[in-house]
Design a protein around this ligand. Structure first.
Ligand code: FBP
Length: 274
């Protein structure tokens, strides 16, 4: 029989990626960008969690504090991924290439999380420290049968264009080789280039990091469509959902593309605004 940790990881991954794909809501902007990034009417974390869960995302990736504060809203309704690293944009620029530990695997397991997440800035002068932390987090998670999602973000002084395919595929490959169970990384601009990222990950699920709000919802849905056609497993999206006119309509439209492969223009009709 398979060891329980192996089974636990499979069970939790099946919950996060129902049918093999996932729409994950990124809910860590209060730390990473500041609360100003979130529209005023949606700044209350409990209210926003309620809206997101009701809209029907497959999972939420959030900070330990929000996971604790909102447990009664997401429990039994959506998978939970607790992100254990973070940094604010208030730091001096020379300290921006490192994330700090803001919680533990034990705490994530205690609140009922299905997975943990941590950022690695591939190419940072502090890559060594980030990798040491990453290794500790994912090994501890694995011992409890929990998968670990890596936010594989190439950034550092030697990286001219963090969205270039050679750079993103390198980061995805490094994420796979450093033991990630799920990889969240940048969109490279096209289906053809993103396919290289997926190939580099060699079967480990790759999800696109949403990025800043696009000019129109249709533009975002087109990116999502390319990711799915390239073999990616979905998206981890924040701003393009919580800055949307209707959170619910946007989540439904993204789900159509991710889970049913519906063409972006068709999915955008659900928004009535694209
Ligand atoms: P978005 O869809 O809003 O881009 O969210 C994805 C995310 O990775 C968040 O988890 C995080 O807060 C933010 O983007 C990181 O932003 P930056 O790339 O500016 O560090």
């Amino acid at each position: 029989m398979d060891p329980p940790q192996f089974i636990g990881k499979r069970v939790r991954l099946a919950k996060i990626l129902p049918g093999g794909r996932s729409v994950i809501f990124a809910f860590d902007h209060g730390v990473e960008h500041g609360p100003q990034e979130i529209p005023r009417a949606r700044r209350d974390a409990r209210k926003l969690m309620q809206e997101i869960v009701d809209a029907g995302v497959d999972a939420v990736m959030t900070t330990p504090g929000i996971a604790r504060l909102t447990w009664d809203i997401w429990a039994g309704r959506t998978a939970m991924i607790v992100k254990l690293t973070g940094k604010t944009s208030l730091r001096p620029s020379e300290d921006q290439l490192l994330q700090s530990i803001i919680g533990s695997v034990g705490e994530a397991a205690a609140v009922g999380a299905d997975a943990v997440a941590a950022t690695v800035y591939w190419g940072s002068p502090l890559e060594d420290l980030m990798l040491e932390r990453w290794a500790r987090i994912r090994l501890e998670a694995e011992s409890l049968g929990m998968p670990a999602l890596q936010l594989a973000y190439p950034r550092g002084p030697a990286i001219k264009d963090r969205y270039a395919v050679e750079i993103v595929e390198y980061g995805a490959r490094a994420a796979m080789e450093s033991g990630a169970d799920l990889i969240k990384t940048y969109y490279t601009g096209s289906e053809e280039t993103f396919r290289r990222v997926v190939e580099a990950a060699s079967g480990i699920p790759v999800l696109m990091s949403g990025g800043a709000k696009t000019q129109s919802p249709l533009d975002f849905l087109e990116k999502v469509y390319s990711v799915i056609r390239a073999g990616g497993q979905g998206v981890v999206v924040g701003r393009n959902v919580f800055q949307a006119t209707s959170i619910e309509a946007m989540v439904v439209a993204i789900r159509e593309v991710v889970h049913k492969g519906v063409e972006p223009s068709k999915a955008a009709e659900l928004l009535g605004e694209a």
